[in-house]
Write a protein of this length. Structure first.
Lengths: 389, 246
């Protein structure tokens, strides 16, 4: 603590350089936190949150899957099934421009157990579900779509269907999905789907909720066995496997994200290392004076490292804090929906990321300052003063 | 002045390597400095003054021979132990002051005390005491850039004194000052020696500055000769400087 003032004052030595270094770290931490959020989200869904006791049943060989509706009763009456729901996919354009970025992916489902059967809808307002139960044409839309289209709850809209030609459906907005999970989706009632499209024969997929993971495995084996000679044949996987399958398709993109995050961290290390090296070189005489006054080589080394870690931690904290602020403002609709802000809506930054930002900054500061600090440690007093003389 | 030697330099040699060539800067130097003495070390540039000063102050290690400070062989200490020793034993005054520009006069003087196990209150008392001693209580919160050269050197002297060391080493302390300020600084060093009984080792080119010392040593081509000793010292008939080869 005694040396804190000295470290702090050293940062004020070259305000321009400190500011530029801090800005560089801030920008990179901002990008890093968003990338970490995406990777964290994927990891959490594949490995942690995705329930092992929920099964996803779809058609084995065809995508998009098309299960005969008559299978439904055979699937849901399996012993151990506690609850179930279904999805029917209904895609289309949200306005007449028919631009790709105006596309929405509707999921026709049961409204009564909407929250219980869908991961990520835990924070959905129950009033929206109640409204969906009352309103046959009701739809609950993602915050992203709502912002992009500038729609409000209570408003009506028409989807120009691309999956069901000439079966455009008109909906009434009854609620907004919590941010994070379903970014370009909207949920609506299965009975309205059947009525509107006339499709009562097929289902895209069925979700089964089982008592526990063991039951889920047994039921999955039983369904595979029972339906192996049916046409079409069925595929059963648990929810995490379903997410993993999605992820595996996007694996290349995720690898790129990981690589870019790694490069950014390395870049931060270089920027900070360079800045600290310059600062240390400029202060060689001061380092020598500190040694003369009795500062041990290790203390001098720690002072340099602490200085870099402090600048890194502060910049990281501010950078991640700004990302969190932008994300929060975007999620609450205060920031307009643009390409730049949509990522914040799709992958909202959690509050704890601010601390992670500070940690990343401090870590980068530590790595980046090791070499300059080691050089400062080795400053030879007699050589420095001989050069001055 | 105490008759016991504070510093004993025995057959000290210092060589540097320049490529394959060995350059001898000091050649078998012997020296004793009594506690409370005021010694000036003079000599032309490159004669080895600062090298000897560095060896006595524990900033460098001799190639041969040994340096004892108050009975402790400092030439055997490693860098870390030397640093700890310096905090308490030696105060340094530099030609170019070498104050930390981002710190105030007060903070610059407080710096060596941060290394000691002292409460903030004790540190404050000590810093204010030495700044009062050098007449700078009105400039406590000024940064070096806001002080004159003479004032900066006073801060440098206060910093050297703040840990209450036995030895004050001053390397050309008036080299960057005008004659009036030089006189003030030399008066101050002299009063420290007389009133606080500090041992002062002054390296200088300036004969006027050297004249303030009780004892003047000349170093030339790595060898040391006694140039002038005060009558008092002569009476004590202490061992003269010896050992310069040739």
């Amino acid at each position: 603590m005694k040396f804190f003032l000295l470290i702090l004052k050293n940062l004020r030595r070259s305000k321009l350089r400190t500011t530029l270094t801090a800005l560089a770290v801030m920008v990179m931490v901002t990008i890093c936190t968003e990338m970490m959020t995406i990777l964290f989200w994927v990891h959490q869904h594949v490995h942690t949150q995705a329930s092992q006791s929920k099964l996803l049943v779809s058609e084995r060989w065809v995508a998009p899957s098309c299960i005969p509706a008559r299978y439904l009763s055979l699937l849901t009456c399996q012993e151990g099934v506690e609850d179930w729901t279904l999805w029917n996919l209904y895609t289309g354009f949200l306005d007449a421009s028919r631009q790709q970025n105006r596309k929405g992916f509707g999921l026709a489902t049961r409204p009564d157990n909407l929250i219980a059967m869908h991961l990520g809808l835990e924070k959905l307002d129950p009033a929206a579900v109640e409204a969906l139960k009352r309103e046959k044409t009701g739809a609950i839309l993602s915050a992203d779509i709502m912002q992009q289209m500038g729609w409000k709850v209570g408003q009506q809209f028409t989807v120009l269907s691309s999956s069901h030609p000439n079966k455009d459906l008109r909906f009434k907005i009854v609620g907004v999905l919590p941010p994070g999970e379903y970014t370009r989706n909207f949920f609506f009632r299965e009975d309205y789907f059947e009525e509107g499209t006339g499709n009562k024969e097929t289902i895209t997929c069925v979700w089964l909720l089982l008592r526990d993971a063991g039951t889920a495995r047994r039921v999955a084996d039983r369904i595979q066995e029972q339906f192996q000679h049916y046409q079409p044949e069925l595929k059963v996987e648990n929810e995490s496997a379903g997410v993993a399958r999605f992820v595996s398709r996007e694996e290349a993109i995720l690898s790129i994200i990981e690589l870019v995050a790694g490069i950014l961290v390395l870049d931060m290390v270089i920027v900070l290392s360079n800045s600290i090296s310059v600062a240390t070189r400029e202060r060689k005489v001061e380092m020598a004076v500190l040694k003369v006054l009795g500062f041990e080589p290790l203390t001098i080394m720690l002072l340099v490292i602490a200085e870099a870690m402090l600048i890194g931690a502060i910049s990281g904290f501010v950078g991640a804090g700004l990302s969190w602020l932008c994300s929060t403002l975007a999620v609450h609709g205060i920031l307009p929906s643009r390409i730049a802000t949509r990522i914040f809506i799709n992958f909202p930054i959690q509050t704890e990321m601010i601390l992670w930002g500070a940690f990343i900054g401090a870590f980068v500061g530590f790595i980046g300052s090791v070499v300059p600090a080691w050089n400062a440690r080795k400053v030879k007093v007699s050589d420095v003063f001989a050069k001055i003389a | 002045m105490n008759a016991n030697p504070l510093i004993v330099v025995e057959k000290v040699a210092k060589e540097y390597a320049r490529g394959s060539e060995r350059i001898s800067v000091l050649r078998s130097v012997n020296l004793e400095i009594l506690s409370g003495d005021f010694v000036a070390l003079i000599g032309p540039s490159g004669s080895g003054k600062t090298t000897l000063l560095n060896l006595i102050a524990g900033l460098d290690q001799p190639t041969r021979g040994r340096v004892l400070f108050d009975g402790l062989e400092i030439s055997k200490l490693d860098e870390t132990r030397l640093a700890r020793w310096r905090t308490n034993a030696v105060g340094f005054v530099f030609q170019f002051f070498h104050l930390i520009p981002v710190l105030t006069a007060y903070e610059n003087v407080e710096l060596p005390l941060l290394l000691l196990n002292m409460t903030a209150r004790r540190r404050r008392e000590q810093v204010e005491k030495v700044l009062d001693l050098v007449g700078l209580t009105h400039r406590l919160h000024h940064r070096p850039g806001q002080l004159s050269g003479g004032e900066q050197q006073r801060v440098g002297i206060a910093r050297a004194l703040v840990t209450d060391p036995k030895l004050i080493v001053a390397d050309e302390p008036t080299g960057d000052l005008d004659s009036v300020k030089s006189r003030e600084i030399l008066d101050l060093l002299q009063s420290l020696q007389q009133e606080l009984k500090k041992t002062i080792l002054l390296v200088t080119h300036d004969p006027t500055a050297a004249a303030r010392a009780r004892r003047v040593l000349r170093i030339d081509k790595g060898a040391l000769v006694e140039e002038r000793t005060s009558p008092e010292r002569q009476r004590r008939a202490l061992r003269p400087v010896a050992g310069a080869p040739g």
